[in-house]
Design a protein around this ligand. Sequence first.
Ligand SMILES: Cc1cc2nc3c(=O)[nH]c(=O)nc-3n(C[C@H](O)[C@H](O)[C@H](O)COP(=O)(O)OP(=O)(O)OC[C@H]3O[C@@H](n4cnc5c(N)ncnc54)[C@H](O)[C@@H]3O)c2cc1C
Length: 432
Amino acid sequence: MRDIIVIGGGAAGMMAAIKAAEKGCKVTLLEKNEICGKKILITGKGRCNLTNTKPWSEFSTHIHPSANFLKPAFFNFSNAATIDYFNSIGLPTRVEQGDRVFPLSMRAADVPKVLFARMQELGVDLLCSSQVLNVSYSNALFHCVCGRRDSLRGDRIEMVKYSAPALIIATGGLSYPGTGSTGDGYDFARSLEHSVTEIFPSLTALMPRMYDTDLVGIELRNVGLSLFIDLDLIKMEDGELTFTSNGIEGALGFRLSRRAVWALIKGQRVELVLDLKPALSLEKLRARIARDLTQMGTTADKIGRNQFRTLLRGLMPAALVAPFLHYHKDLNVSNLPDRLKEWRFEIKSYTGYERAVITAGGIPQKEIIAKTMASKKQPNLYFAGEIIDIDGDTGGYNLQIAFSTGALAGESAAQQILKLKSSLSPHSSVKG
Ligand SMILES: Cc1cc2nc3c(=O)[nH]c(=O)nc-3n(C[C@H](O)[C@H](O)[C@H](O)COP(=O)(O)OP(=O)(O)OC[C@H]3O[C@@H](n4cnc5c(N)ncnc54)[C@H](O)[C@@H]3O)c2cc1C
């Protein structure tokens, strides 16, 4: 007797189930993990940056490959509506630097907790430890064959089939597969006549060809980073970056990674150029160095080795001095301003899905109706979340994509089912 099946209990799937149930539909949610929202637990470094308060005009500049597709879903369930909704179901929030929104408790675990409580309140039939193995459509019903792990019976897997007239696929992408996102939904979509664009890891670390391990652990704030592809300047950003054992990451590195990874896949030359002094023009930097030299009582041609290191320590974090000298073997006072403003890293590789924050690509936008999240290929089929070819920068954009598309998919599926039910005779009902 169920109306809608949702596959995947991540941010998008839970929101879809809730919104469909709020409209009065009977919803079954199938989640392969033993709990819902496993990925949410690791978001925002365990604090969950659940959205961003920027107005659409700015918000949309952080969405790829095209923000237009998201617009109807965003205006149906916006960032402001998301905050109000979470507040209303018992999750107070706070806004931090960069317009990023977090639970007031600063605990990511509180996000799936309130969504779970809301699903229970609404009577969503929540079936965890239930991995959908394949999906088919016949006799106006979607059929999900599912392996259910029964912990009471020695973890035995029993095969069960669930059917419903509407289906929402919200299985996420391939990033952090340990959280359950293993790309199963792409196969389900293909079996229902959909295609899948080329997919690739994004918001991920970029590894330079020459990488000094002395850099690992250094965090830089207020620096500039430019992306060059085949020697053409593609993008220039300011902010913070981190050098880790995986290469260049942090907000700034991540923001450029989408385009960089795509170029590496296509065999193009990728370079990142670090500007350690973005606030100073080359002329101002030269003047600043000249002033520093005067204060140190020396000149460019008389400066000793130790004095040169002291000069560098005044211009960058102390830990950066050794790797900076190591990279720039020809460094002297006269070329210092150029090197500070243009530290070039050729990028040779990137971190894969195991540690990429998101998966770019997915179900093509052109195969989904943006106003409803309904499939253009199959009636009563909907998509939500990261499985769709839409993604955002870091800063709460990806969870908002999941919440907005999830809410719209749930509401649209519910409306469709209610319409279907009312068109049937008063004595008949939709059976699953
Ligand atoms: C480390 C990290 C930090 C992040 N931090 C942030 C942040 O702070 N802010 C932000 O906006 N975004 C953040 N993101 C991105 C954000 O978490 C995701 O974009 C978002 O959670 C995607 O939600 P989703 O519901 O579409 O997919 P997922 O969260 O991937 O959920 C999909 C669900 O489907 C289930 N599933 C898959 N296949 C099957 C199957 N066959 N049967 C049954 N169930 C199945 C999975 O187990 C999973 O629970 C972060 C991501 C990572 C990895």
